[in-house]
Design a protein around this ligand. Structure first.
Ligand SMILES: Nc1ncnc2c1ncn2[C@@H]1O[C@H](COP(=O)(O)OP(=O)(O)OP(=O)(O)O)[C@@H](O)[C@H]1O
Ligand SMILES: [Mg+2]
Length: 319
């Protein structure tokens, strides 16, 4: 668990953090989002003590982070640096292996781990002998993510780790991240500029502005925001539409609906299934010019999924 209590930090006369209070429970992913220069990277770095605070304290796993020996602290915190920060003279393999080697892992163990991580990030194993200078920006970022995950630390700090990756690869990495997170339940602080990425990955979305936290809620809770203000303008008017992608049709609990006896009448086409996300469901309605579509439940019954099911779901999660 990570706790920041009244943390402040200035660089000369430039105030970067102004009294930050933040608690991230074990196994949760907090996503920091906010305009450039609002203090996101500085906040991350106060956690692993790459930045010393001027005031307040940071508690990691029940103990002030200043009470840990620096190497003990950093061993349990994987850090994915903004702009990658790979060691230029090391190969990809050596870069990923840095922390496991420090921890005295056997080379065979390291090999197995590296293979799994490369597989997850979609990089071919032929890249292991390359130097960072021979990689594209997005490839380097993926190596950076592998390096942060290499020793399986319980805490992960990830500073815009997918920023330079193309949209398709980015989506794959986000899905892989969610799968890892579901399985391993790391405590994660993740920085992004991308609202959709925050929606997909966050247990809590933490909106920052000018060195302060201006809002901190589960992603769904921002959907009903009606009053104008910084948070709404930063997250965008189309936030509820973007939020749809976070939920699969399973969340609609359509099991209680009566069976739909003749779903294919009127050319309604193929059934949607539990895994379809709500953005795809809505897109399908628009594509087929229908407000209700056939939906295949897990027990093979066919029911209707209706436009208002989606609207009601968003309303419910925003409460
Ligand atoms: N090493 C430093 N020396 C002086 N000022 C710094 C330093 N690092 C950051 N700052 C300043 O502190 C403020 C917060 O910077 P920080 O890097 O935390 O922002 P950020 O939210 O991560 O921005 P971005 O989205 O552009 O990465 C900025 O005004 C920045 O100019
Ligand atoms: Mg930054």
């Amino acid at each position: 668990m990570i706790q920041l209590k009244q943390v402040s930090k200035s660089y000369g006369s430039q105030r970067a953090l102004a009294g930050i209070d933040l608690e991230i429970p074990q196994g949760e992913c907090a996503v920091l989002i906010g305009p450039s220069g609002c203090g996101k990277s500085t906040l991350l770095k106060t956690i692993n003590r790459m930045v010393a605070v001027d005031g307040g304290e940071v508690v990691v796993d029940g103990k002030r982070n200043t009470d840990y020996a620096p190497e003990v602290l950093r061993r349990q915190i994987g850090y994915c640096i903004q702009g990658v920060g790979l060691f230029p003279h090391f190969t990809v393999r050596e870069n990923i292996a840095v922390v496991p080697r420090l921890l005295g892992w056997k080379e065979r163990e390291i090999d197995g781990r590296i293979r799994r991580l490369l597989d997850m990030s979609g990089l071919p194993s032929s890249y292991l002998g390359k130097k960072p200078g021979q990689l594209s920006g997005g490839e380097s970022q993926r190596v950076g993510v592998c390096r942060a995950l290499a020793a399986d630390p319980p805490v992960l700090l990830m500073d815009e780790p997918f920023g330079a990756v193309d949209p398709l690869t980015r989506e794959k990495l986000q899905l892989a991240f969610n799968q890892i997170q579901e399985e391993l339940k790391k405590t994660v602080v993740f920085v992004t500029h991308d609202v959709e990425e925050a929606i997909l990955l966050a247990d809590r979305v933490v909106v920052m502005n000018q060195g302060r936290i201006v809002s901190n809620k589960a992603p769904g809770k921002f959907a009903g925001l009606l009053e104008e203000g910084f948070v709404k303008s930063f997250l965008g008017n189309e936030y509820p539409l973007r939020l749809l992608k976070r939920y699969s049709a399973k969340a609609l609990h359509l099991e209680d609906k009566p069976p739909w006896t003749n779903p294919l009448q009127g050319g309604a086409g193929e059934c949607l299934t539990q895994e379809t996300n709500l953005k795809e469901v809505l897109s399908e309605m628009m594509r087929r010019n229908e407000q209700a579509l056939p939906f295949l439940l897990q027990d093979n019954r066919v029911v209707q999924v209706e436009y208002m099911d989606i609207v009601h779901h968003l309303h419910a999660v925003s409460k």
